[in-house]
Design a protein around this ligand. Structure first.
Ligand code: ADP
Length: 494
């Protein structure tokens, strides 16, 4: 009778609800966008109450569309945009400030000061993170420092902090459950990823009372019951979006890698029980586990401009009509004719870490045309991913033989084949593009025993597989060209 899982997939721009069954099929999806608030050019906020409403309405719509009785829902999984920070009053349930979104740069200067004060090594060793405004700690501090009376209230134990998973769970449980999971906690820059507890020295540094912080559990855990549409349903998973996609892509073993090809790319490599230190600008992050399991880790890195380079061809250069047209154009030529695009529009991320770098098209000849440029843009997405894979392999000592792809640009067959060729790895693309939602659904389903463990999860029968077809010499020559192009860009910009 209990045969469905309800997943709340709370992203940066919308809240979605997805109902899946035991075969892994999606029965219904509903989605509501919420407002992006920009009080000034470097501030990004959301209204936490609007997020809750958008999420709850999506749940109602998804249940309606699926035409099921909520009593048939075996469990709930929540996956969310990570780092985004909500602080609310425990007594009134009202946020004392808007949610400060992960993209918000308001604490960047303070982070530079922390680096100048020599905290970099300590924070990397304890939390696995690079000091950055991205993570929750400095956002919480900003709220306590800037909202009148907040610090006194926090000291009296009247305020609570949560990322969006925690906020949703707290409201859904009628203010009973104040909890998060390792994958979210490890993005606060307050959490000791080795000892699985908040770090006292960091709480002191940021002047954050521990009483504000949620209890932390593995992603797969019985978090307690919530009331949904008049029915009591257990929450069996909380998990940050990227770690959810890693689980949804079934990257269960050390060396397994997933890359989400969206506007940017998010790459995670499972490193098992070993917390490998990312020396080349990658982060060390906790991944989804269940009660009683040892902690597991991943290296994480991102490409700033992934699918966005295709949007740039469409919107600024106007040489393709839509994103799929990039493939049609690229297929009209056999190769780029020596053209490379380095899309360093906002600097270069890991492993290059050059924030001053700016983009370039190199190797143009009189015969270069838009097809060569479209092809070079797609290849650039793959080269940047390959640079990250190589950095992670060096840091972890694990060779990457398989890459699992999801996200909008993973629909591009030419890009996927080139990725396979250039990284000399098999690339799998699941037909079901909902890796993030499926991760939380699988974890919740295992917790509430809809499935008896990872081995019992539904098979992904519709997977497109790309195998490497390129000769080693060609790969070597192409990668050498990319590396020269990146160096030229670095030299030009510095
Ligand atoms: P996000 O979640 O970051 O919004 P999506 O996963 O929805 O991203 O993917 C959108 C991105 O993928 C866009 O940048 C778009 O240019 C790119 N994209 C979508 N379809 C294709 C395609 N067929 N070929 C190349 N890029 C594509």
């Amino acid at each position: 009778m209990k045969k469905y899982i309800l997943t709340l997939d709370e992203g940066t721009t919308s809240a979605r609800a997805i109902i899946t069954d035991k075969s892994g099929s999606i029965i219904s999806v509903a989605q509501n966008e919420f407002t992006q608030i920009y009080p000034n050019p470097s501030f990004v906020e959301h209204d936490p109450e609007e997020i809750f409403t958008a999420q709850y309405n999506a749940i109602k719509e998804a249940v309606d569309k699926a035409n099921i009785d909520p009593i048939e829902i075996a469990g709930i999984g929540i996956t969310n945009q990570r780092e985004t920070t909500v602080v609310w009053d425990k007594k009134t349930g009202k946020p004392i400030y808007n949610a400060i979104v992960w993209q918000c740069r308001r604490t960047a200067e303070y982070c530079e000061q922390l680096i100048a004060d020599g905290y970099e090594d300590y924070i990397r060793d304890v939390t696995g993170l690079k000091i950055d405004a991205y993570f929750s700690a400095t956002k919480i501090k900003w709220i306590l420092d800037n909202v009148e009376g907040a610090r006194e209230k926090a000291k009296q134990g009247d305020l609570l902090f949560g990322t969006i998973d925690t906020w949703l769970l707290w409201i859904l449980s009628g203010g009973e459950i104040h909890a998060t999971d390792y994958t979210n906690a490890c993005r606060t820059m307050l959490f000791d990823i080795h000892n699985l507890c908040y770090d006292k020295k960091l709480l002191n540094l940021f002047d954050i009372p521990e009483s504000m912080l949620p209890q932390v559990y593995p992603s797969g855990h019985n978090y307690g019951n919530v009331n949904i549409l008049g029915h009591t349903i257990p929450v069996g998973a909380l998990v940050g979006d990227q770690q959810s996609a890693l689980f949804g892509q079934k990257c269960f073993y050390p060396g397994d890698v997933k890359n989400t090809y969206g506007t940017g790319c998010f790459l995670l490599m499972n490193t098992g029980n070993d917390a490998k230190s990312g020396k080349n600008g990658t982060l060390t992050t906790l991944i989804a586990t269940f009660d009683g399991e040892k902690p597991q880790y991943a290296l994480e890195g991102s490409v700033f401009i992934g699918g966005a380079v295709i949007q740039w061809l469409r919107d600024e250069l106007k040489i393709i009509k839509d994103a799929p047209d990039s493939e049609t154009c690229a297929k009209k030529v056999e190769n780029t004719g020596g053209v490379y695009i380095v899309p360093a529009f906002t600097g270069l991320g890991a492993p290059h870490w050059d924030m001053k770098a700016r983009g370039a098209i190199l190797g143009l000849t009189r015969g270069s045309n838009r097809n060569h440029i479209a092809r070079a843009a797609l290849e650039a997405i793959a080269y940047q991913t390959d640079d990250l894979i190589n950095a992670m392999s060096a840091d972890s000592g694990l060779k990457v033989t398989t890459l699992k792809a999801d996200g909008g640009a993973s629909k591009n067959g030419l890009l996927m084949q080139f990725q396979s060729d250039i990284s000399d790895a098999v690339v799998h693309c699941p037909d079901n593009a909902e890796a993030t939602a499926m991760g939380a659904a699988y974890i919740a389903g295992i917790t509430v025993k809809l499935w008896n463990g990872k081995e019992d999860l539904p098979k992904d029968d519709l997977v497109k597989t790309y195998t490497p077809k390129m000769e080693n010499t060609e790969r070597f020559i192409l990668k050498n060209g990319w590396s020269k192009a990146v160096n030229a860009v670095k030299q030009f910009s510095n």
